[in-house]
Ligand binder design. Structure first.
Ligand code: NAP
Length: 529
């Protein structure tokens, strides 16, 4: 392994830690600017490789879960160090495969390393297991109470699917992988076909870090593939205990259905597409309609609209400032030059989604320019009447790319009706001033039930990685609205509660022993100590 570390992209994946070229269907990365193949040829993992990787993950799951927080913390820090050491090689590959700018690559790398190190701290500190001890009450009447001790434990092997638009932070070593490893779960990554080289470099770093930590190779596998069959085979494998998915609604839902149809159903934590409605209330509209239009357009244009938090829907109540808001949206989206998306499939998806929407009662208010690049897309402002939105569910779901749908409502009741018709979204943004928030409490109460994160007077793009963050929301923003995919609480997706009753003290996990050798915060007889 060590001799290969500096070897760059070799077209390999990692089956239970072992580098292999694979032998299934061939594919390559695509340079989004030229449309030409770049990097080595990759091969989809075969059924035998899926079997080897999943069996190995299942075989080591118990030992990895029992290895203890400090060991897992060491692994996560080792992964961060190995990835950091890739330096320019990784950033150059990221840029070549995605056409995303260097500054974005650097920021995403910093976020990825930060996530890995934060989960290392969480695993090392150990209190995330939420240990609760209810000591025996042998004298209690009418029946004695047994000794009961519970904590969270890793659920078992997790399959991770990353999204195309975050080749680092939501991919091979992204938040799902970091949180699952911190929880003590082996990870099997289904590599995203849009960035196989970036995936390979990171996968090699993780496999090396697993080796450095003295852990078995089954703790981590990366399997490349460009067909849905590979992902489906992983989700169906009996050794797999849970799935983390970031991507489209269609893909996430397909995997949820597959997981539910297994003889032994497993949870799928899917983070999917979102329109992220922006509501502009009357005083804000009157005072800064134009500025809000400019701000929302800039947010929608970031990374060619390739953010799950991109604002794809803006609503207001007609009145003073509405013309300025509309004009600002029209001017800024109309003057923009759409940059390349990360892959031809994303460009094709955008064109197809716009085609679907344009068959419905919507108007094209303005179209921008398309950069001279193979995967570039054209920024688009659409308008629709509230009735059109209410009558056509397609207008209430994501167009992935730089498109904004603007809807002017006649009054507060119509705004409330439109909000009521929305499905779940990751975020909801409200622009309001003065009495706006108080006067529109009913509409805001509706919006609150639809989203995972509410923002005032800002834009939804930009997701802070911290304990208070909620990156999720009611379906289909997320498969399960009770969890966040970002921040330290995202570890809870990969854990289940386990109770030990009257268990011999010397055989209890350290987190549950009377002497609390790890010194973690616990609840003992309902008191936090
Ligand atoms: P995608 O096409 O759904 O792909 C994601 C992964 O799932 C890929 O590895 C893909 O591989 C696999 N996949 C898709 N459909 C599948 C199926 N039916 N069966 C098995 N595997 C399947 O998503 P994307 O184009 O990469 O990303 C764009 C989408 O992600 C947007 O909708 C965006 O809003 C969303 N996103 C959401 C978040 C969030 O946190 N909520 C973050 C970023 C992006 P194969 O195609 O090889 O099967």
């Amino acid at each position: 392994m060590a001799g290969r570390l500096a070897s760059g992209r070799l077209g390999e994946h990692f089956v239970a830690g072992v580098a292999t070229p694979g032998s299934g269907a061939a594919f390559t990365a695509i340079d989004p600017t030229t449309g030409a193949a770049v990097g080595p040829t990759y091969h989809e993992a075969t059924a035998a490789e899926v079997e080897r990787a999943a069996q190995a993950a299942g075989a080591v799951a118990g030992a990895f879960a029992a290895a203890g927080g400090p060991t897992r913390a060491g692994l996560l820090r080792g992964i961060a160090g190995r990835i950091e050491a890739l330096g320019d090689e990784l950033l150059a590959c990221y840029g070549q495969e995605t056409a995303l700018p260097r500054a974005r690559a650097e920021a995403e790398l910093a976020r990825t390393l930060g996530q890995l190190r934060r989960f290392a701290d969480l695993a090392a500190e150990g209190a995330w297991v939420d240990a609760r001890i209810d000591r025996a009450l042998p004298q209690r009447q009418p029946v004695p109470r047994p000794d009961l001790r519970r904590m969270l434990v890793g659920i078992g092997p997790v399959v991770v699917f990353g999204a195309s638009n975050f080749p680092l932070a939501y991919s091979v070593a992204g938040g799902d992988t970091a949180s699952a490893l911190a929880a003590g779960c082996p990870v099997l990554v289904k590599g995203h076909p849009a960035h196989p080289g970036t995936s390979e470099l990171v996968g090699r770093a993780i496999a090396a870090a697993v080796h450095d930590a003295g852990l078995p190779g089954g703790v981590f596998s990366l399997l490349h593939g460009a067909s849905h069959e590979l992902g489906a085979a992983l989700v169906r494998h009996p050794a797999v205990a849970a799935v983390g998915f970031t991507g489209s609604h269609r893909g996430g839902r397909a995997l949820m259905d597959l997981a539910a149809a297994r003889p032994e159903p497993i949870p799928v934590f899917a983070e999917m597409g979102s329109m992220n409605p922006v509501v502009v209330l009357p005083e804000a509209l009157a005072n800064r309609g134009a500025a809000i239009g400019k701000q929302v357009a800039a947010s929608a244009l970031l990374a060619s609209g390739q953010f799950c938090t991109s604002p794809g829907l803006i609503l207001w109540i007609d009145g003073p400032g509405a013309a300025e808001l509309r004009e600002a949206l029209r001017d800024h989206l109309g003057a923009a030059v759409g940059a390349p998306t990360v892959h031809p499939s994303i460009r094709d998806g955008y064109v197809a989604a716009l085609g679907e929407v344009l068959r419905l009662p919507v108007q094209v208010e303005s179209r921008g320019q398309t950069a001279p690049a193979a995967t570039a897309v054209c920024p688009t402002l659409l308008t629709a009447a509230p009735a059109a939105l209410l009558g056509n569910p397609r207008l209430r779901s994501e167009i992935y790319g730089p498109a904004v749908l603007a809807v002017a409502c006649a009054d507060a009741a119509e705004l409330r009706a439109v909000l009521q018709s929305l499905h779940g979204h990751l975020t909801g943004t409200v622009h309001g001033e003065g009495r706006d928030f108080a006067s529109h409490g009913a509409a805001l109460a509706v919006l609150r039930r639809k989203v995972g994160r509410l923002l005032a007077n800002g834009v939804p793009t930009g997701v802070e990685v911290c304990g208070a963050m909620v990156h999720g929301g009611p379906y289909p923003a997320a498969a399960d609205a009770r969890f966040s995919a970002v921040g330290p609480t995202s570890i809870l997706r990969w854990a289940r509660p386990m109770c030990w009753q009257d268990w011999p003290a010397e055989l209890l996990p350290p987190e549950l022993r009377d002497d609390n050798p790890l010194g973690i915060r616990r609840t003992v007889d309902d008191v936090v100590v």
